[in-house]
Design a protein around this ligand. Structure first.
Ligand code: HGY
Ligand code: MN
Ligand code: MN
Length: 411
């Protein structure tokens, strides 16, 4: 194992101990105490690498290695360090700490970048706090407006403004947006979060397309009542309506014409949550994706229609809102070739891929040429504590990223 891979592994292990859960489980939700400590940990490493730091009004962190021609649009890399509940320690983190290792490797080799190289740690790539993912890159790319962001509420009804204050973010949200071509290129290193690279024994995946994600939030209100004294006819049980909706999601995606359609009712909360009380309220958050936007949209309409039918039949009050319905991203073909060329030069096997997970790259692709470098992960596991990529796998990913950044920043 190289010194770089050893150091990277050590830092990943150290960051993984900064968690709201019991290690090895990683949980770091937007602006929680653990998220803030994780941000401080990474910021300190960037400072020690001599990078110029700034934080924008929503908490995106930018660590810049200034090039010989600072007037040119920089080359950017990066990812996220926030983590959903019951997560692993590699998702996002490999792209942040691995991106820093790529910069350090170039510094140690005496490389002098013409274009600045900027490492970005995006705010809230995960949807846990507000139900919508990629909050930082959505605002940066203009996909989400400051007004829309200001209307976001967490499950307790708390808004972004109060969380920003807790995160020590100052300034107006409209200052987050960056112009198109603010960067000459953005390249994100990430674990595949799927089984293909490992199954095919390929070292590197270069992403050509990122699937189209959408999220529905459903709020159901029934009438509740005593579990013993409320007879079955006339009950308005919010949980049972939610359960039918969750099955309708499964039916819609499994009967779709495409094998790439996936639907998940990942959040299902009920009240009051007492065994002897008929559930009077239920909240569902439904994640629906496909690599083709038409199929995704057909399913979305089907699920919304089924939800309305179930609530009418069960006499349940319904509030349903689309939190996000995003187009897929097409990565820059030239950048894909450059990254594939870097892998070839390093004699690492590589293949072109689509990403079924979304990433900040989905939105960076709206402001600059973008691609992603994937490394294999154990059985494709992710968003679970046994998520794993080996130091050797990470080393190959960092090497390809280093070579790609060098190529891009050199001219
Ligand atoms: O859900 C996703 O695709 C990403 O890991 N947040
Ligand atoms: Mn994730
Ligand atoms: Mn991620």
């Amino acid at each position: 194992m190289s010194a770089m891979a050893k150091r990277l592994q050590q830092q990943i292990d150290e960051l993984a101990l900064i968690t709201e859960a019991e290690p090895p489980v990683v949980t770091r939700v937007l602006f929680s105490e653990a998220d803030l400590r994780g941000r401080a940990f990474v910021t300190q490493l960037c400072r020690e690498a001599g990078l110029e730091l700034r934080k924008d009004a929503v908490g995106n962190i930018f660590a810049r290695w200034t090039g010989s021609d600072p007037t040119l649009p920089p080359i950017a890399t990066g990812s996220h360090i926030d983590a959903i509940p019951n997560a692993g320690k590699f998702d996002g983190v490999v792209g942040v700490l691995g991106g820093l290792e790529a910069i350090r490797t170039l510094q140690a080799a005496g490389f002098k970048p013409r274009r600045s190289i900027e490492l970005i740690v995006f705010t809230s790539e995960e949807p846990t706090r507000f139900g919508i993912g990629c909050l930082g890159s959505r605002l940066l790319s203009g996909v989400l407006s400051p007004d829309q962001a200001a209307r976001l509420r967490d499950p307790e009804g708390r808004d972004l403004e109060s969380w920003r204050k807790q995160g020590g973010c100052t300034g107006q949200l409209d200052s987050v947006r960056l112009p198109v071509d603010c960067y000459a290129a953005f390249v994100e290193l990430h674990i595949e979060q799927g089984p293909i690279l490992e199954a095919e024994k390929v070292d590197i995946g270069i992403v050509e397309r990122i699937a189209a994600p959408s999220t529905l939030r459903v709020r159901l209100t029934g009438s509740g009542g005593h579990a013993g004294a409320t007879l079955m006819p006339g009950r308005r049980d919010a949980l049972l309506a939610g359960a039918e909706i969750a099955l309708a999601v499964e039916h819609a995606v499994t009967s779709s014409s495409s094998p790439d359609t996936v639907g998940t009712t990942g959040v299902f909360r009920i009240e009051p949550g007492a065994v002897n009380s008929v559930p009077c309220r239920a909240w569902l958050e439904i994640d629906l994706r496909d690599t083709r936007v038409e199929t995704r949209d057909d399913c979305l309409h089907q699920i919304e229609a089924a939800t309305r039918e179930i609530c009418t039949r069960r006499n349940i009050e319904l509030a349903m809102e689309r939190l996000n319905v995003d187009p897929p991203a097409v990565c820059d073909t030239q950048l894909v070739e450059i990254a594939l060329g870097a892998a070839r030069k390093l004699k690492h096997s590589a293949k072109r891929m689509i990403s079924r997970a979304y990433h900040d790259s989905l939105f960076m692709a709206q402001v600059c040429p973008t691609t992603m470098i994937f490394i294999p992960c154990f059985r494709g596991y992710s968003h679970r504590p046994d998520e794993f990529s080996s130091p050797e796998q990470m080393q190959k990913g960092v090497e390809v990223l280093t070579e790609t950044l060098k190529d891009l920043a050199g001219h």
